[in-house]
Design a protein around this ligand. Sequence first.
Ligand code: GLA
Length: 383
Amino acid sequence: MRKKLLSLIFVSFLGVSCSKVAVRNSDRLLKDVYQDFFTIGAAFNKGNMPIPIDEDDEGIVFEDDGLYNHFNSMTLENDMKWDKLHPAENVYDWTKADKYVGFAKSHNMGVRGHALVWYRALPGYMSLGEINTKEELFLHEKKHIEDVIEHFKDSVYCWDVVNEVISDNEDKDITEENTYRHDDLWYELSGKEYILKAFQYADAKLVELGIRDKVKLYYNDYDNTKPIKMAKTLKMLNWLKEENCPIDGIGLQCHYHMGSFVKEELESAIYEYSSLGLDVQITEFDVDIYDESPNVTPVDSYVDGAPQKILDAQATIYNHAFKVFRKYKDKISNVTFWGIRDNNTYMNDPIEFFGHAGPNYPYIFDIFGEKKPAFYVISDYED
Ligand code: GLA
């Protein structure tokens, strides 16, 4: 009896101590919570790095909140784009990008390379008038891709080889003509051929370096879960496949706003793209708190922070999206947030660019680095 009593006391003691030390997922690092699903990434820029990136940052004492520990994948928001790495013909500047890559290495993060060919973020010499023929264009494209891959070798585990070439035209009758964006020198000089070339140049260089199995090649775009844009993207991907294009995967940027998330569209996109044998990565996830749907204007400007009901609504979108990501974990290898804390977001860049009257709060950590409802729902999930 005495023994029974003692063991009862012992068991209840254990019970108390267990519940005291019980760790909720939201007390853990996100990359650990998701270790059996996919890697977890974030976009980094000089404003959310705990080390100096620019020369004039030297000497600044950086606040190190350790939030980067939640991530095991890093994308450089801007500092690996063409204009940053290769600002003039035959002039490269690796200094900044190398600092991110060094930091990522020493903190066990892989680096997603972003982006080799993008019609934006090009330096002046890469413009019509400076470059006038398809042959010239391809020479520049080849050189840039080869030099960049040669520099980073396998310190990046994948590249967005081509970014954002599908047109936003809403015409349901999808033709060769309305599939691609036309308003840049790439299409103007070469039609769609530069897309295939980019993958071929990247692939050949990786093969030459003996690291093709370590570095994967992606096509990346926004709104490619929306039916019309998805149909166009599939058209392009089918063409690339017919041409034996060495493409490994597709990036779904997944920039959502309060009115744009449709679960069925996301599921169908993941399903369709992976049916082509492509790996899927969610490359730029965030949720803009202002609803762009025309029937919800005018929007408030949340200058003093977003109200709880907005943060909860935002968390609901994070929740639904992550449910889908977990469900398709065998098709998705990475999910990356396009930022870390709400105090540092491209969405607060000049008003004419991102269109809102007030500050935005798109991420899982608030302006002080505290966890938001979105963080809790994706950590303490119930499937
Ligand atoms: C696109 C690009 C990113 C970035 C965002 C805006 O999604 O792929 O590199 O420029 O726009 O921040």
